[in-house]
Design a protein around this ligand. Structure first.
Ligand code: UD1
Ligand code: CA
Length: 456
């Protein structure tokens, strides 16, 4: 549902407390940059366009980040970080004036959700004459948040923690940093913000005292202060990640996925998991992986950019940039990567690595093998210790194995090489030339096994 509000997101701060070469709002949380989460919440709330205030370093990286490019957002650079009030002034100058509501949020608040944004916008619109609705939250002390100073029931002003008197520091109602302004009032008041404070910055929070009058500024108290936590250092980053991860786990569980231990299951945004799949402890699933129904994944498994069919079992294994067909079993201790494509009912056992390999339906590689740059036909069996020697020192070469082939233990397939349908290699064979369909070879280099002499 569209709402008529536009949004400003402030993200130009230096983020000094992160002690990082990377802009604060680009630090990662559950597979997405911090800033993505706030933009996602605004998009879900249906805002009508977003203006993101960046600094020159963030500006250079914003456009290159495919995850951020998807939003209906324009950026505007704040050349010097002169405060949140200055940042809003710069955003407004880049937005053609319009009647209605402007939401202002901070890019370091990845936990805010769409219902909070809708709630504060609705509070502004509820009665004519309201100029600002702002989210406040009761929080444990001590806190670095700005304090909400009330005059009776009315919100009178916000005092930054650094500018607080001892008495004000005892107040436990905090400024969350989520505001819905009447745009005209915001444009009128922003030029009147001064910088006579401890930090010498233009504080957006000074607009509260400038607008405050009976019925003009209304607080919206957040039901849970954790959704308005701001991230200023890496301790808070980890804390927020735990909360976001718990939320993702909860969503999947409510959609029918069993997660045995959410505390040790790490999910990224954008992952899809089918109903009745069981995720065992110590498992991480990311990079838009898609998992079918009725699978067992884990324990101690990592899936990245993996596409997994229904009824697959993946135990203590790693699957990256690969797809797995229905009914296949993987692991324990297998590694599928680099565009591996497994068919249905395949069996991949311990210490098997596949890379850029196609394994057709009902193939097996149960122990100790490397299958790289290869295709294996249906029902073929790859014996323990089999290696596709795909690299000749200059380039990668392909191995083609037909259907119903039996590759004996410790076979080396020196690529490029083709093994025809129904062929058999004996234990320890070194295959350096193509093997014809139905042929049986053994030795180093591989030679056809002589036909058994006819019985006398
Ligand atoms: C701010 C609020 C405080 C509130 C807290 C909630 C102000 C003055 N204070 O404090 O009342 O309790 O958030 O988390 O608003 N930014 C710019 N340009 C600047 C300065 C900051 O874009 O010149 C951005 C930052 O990138 C950040 C956000 O504004 O995303 C807030 O700035 P920050 O320095 O983190 O403010 P706080 O001290 O946390
Ligand atoms: Ca902050």
């Amino acid at each position: 549902m569209a709402m008529s509000a536009r949004a400003i997101v402030l993200a130009a701060g230096k983020g000094t407390r992160m002690k990082s070469a990377r802009p604060k709002v680009l630090h990662e949380l559950c597979g997405r940059p911090m800033l993505w989460w706030g933009l996602e919440a605004l998009s879900r709330a249906g805002v009508d366009g977003i203006t993101v205030v960046t600094n020159p370093q963030l500006e250079a990286q914003f456009g290159q980040n495919p995850m951020l490019a998807d939003f209906d957002a324009q950026t505007v650079v704040q050349p010097e970080q002169a405060g949140t009030g200055d940042a809003v002034r710069i955003a407004l100058a880049a937005m053609p004036p319009r009647e209605g509501a402007v939401l202002v949020t901070y890019g370091d608040m990845p936990l805010i959700d769409e219902s909070l944004l809708r709630g504060v916008t609705a509070a502004l619109a509820k009665r004519p004459g309201r100029l600002l609705a702002l989210v406040t939250a009761r929080m444990p002390l001590p806190s670095t948040f700005g304090r909400v100073v009330r005059d009776g029931k009315r919100v009178a002003r916000i005092v930054e923690a650094r500018d607080c008197s001892d008495d004000e520091l005892e107040l436990d109602e905090m400024n969350a940093g989520v505001y819905a302004y009447d745009e005209r009032a915001l444009r009128e008041v922003v030029p009147r913000i001064g910088n006579a404070n401890v930090q010498g910055e233009y504080y957006l929070t000074d607009t509260i005292a400038l607008l405050a009058a009976e019925g003009r500024v209304v607080p919206v108290i957040a039901r849970d202060h954790r959704i308005v936590l701001g991230i200023n250092d890496r301790v808070e980053l980890a804390h927020a990640r735990t909360i976001l991860n718990a939320r993702l786990c909860e969503q999947h569980m409510r959609d029918g996925v069993t997660i045995v231990d959410p505390a040790t299951t790490y999910l990224e945004a954008g992952v899809r998991i089918g109903a009745d799949t069981i995720v065992l402890p110590g498992t991480s699933i990311g990079r838009n992986s898609v998992i079918g129904r009725g699978c067992t994944v884990g324990p101690h498994t990592r899936l990245e950019a993996a596409t997994i069919g229904d009824g697959v079992r993946i135990l203590e294994s790693v699957v990256v940039d690969s797809s797995v067909g229905p009914g296949t079993t993987i692991g324990p201790f297998a590694h599928l990567r680099g565009g591996s494509r497994l068919g249905e009912r395949v069996r991949i056992g311990n210490f098997v690595e596949t890379k850029n390999a196609e394994l057709a339906d009902d193939t097996k590689a149960n122990h100790l093998a490397y299958i790289g740059d290869a295709a294996v036909g249906a029902r073929s069996n790859i014996g323990a210790g089999t290696i596709t020697a795909n690299f000749d020192g200059l380039r990668k070469n392909r191995t083609e194995i037909g259907a119903d082939v039996k590759i004996g233990t410790n076979t080396s397939l020196v690529a490029p090489v083709t093994v025809g349908d129904g062929a058999v290699t004996g234990a320890g064979t070194v295959v350096i030339r193509d093997v014809a369909a139905g042929e049986r070879v053994v030795g180093n280099p591989a030679r056809p096994i002589a036909e058994k002499p006819a019985p006398a």
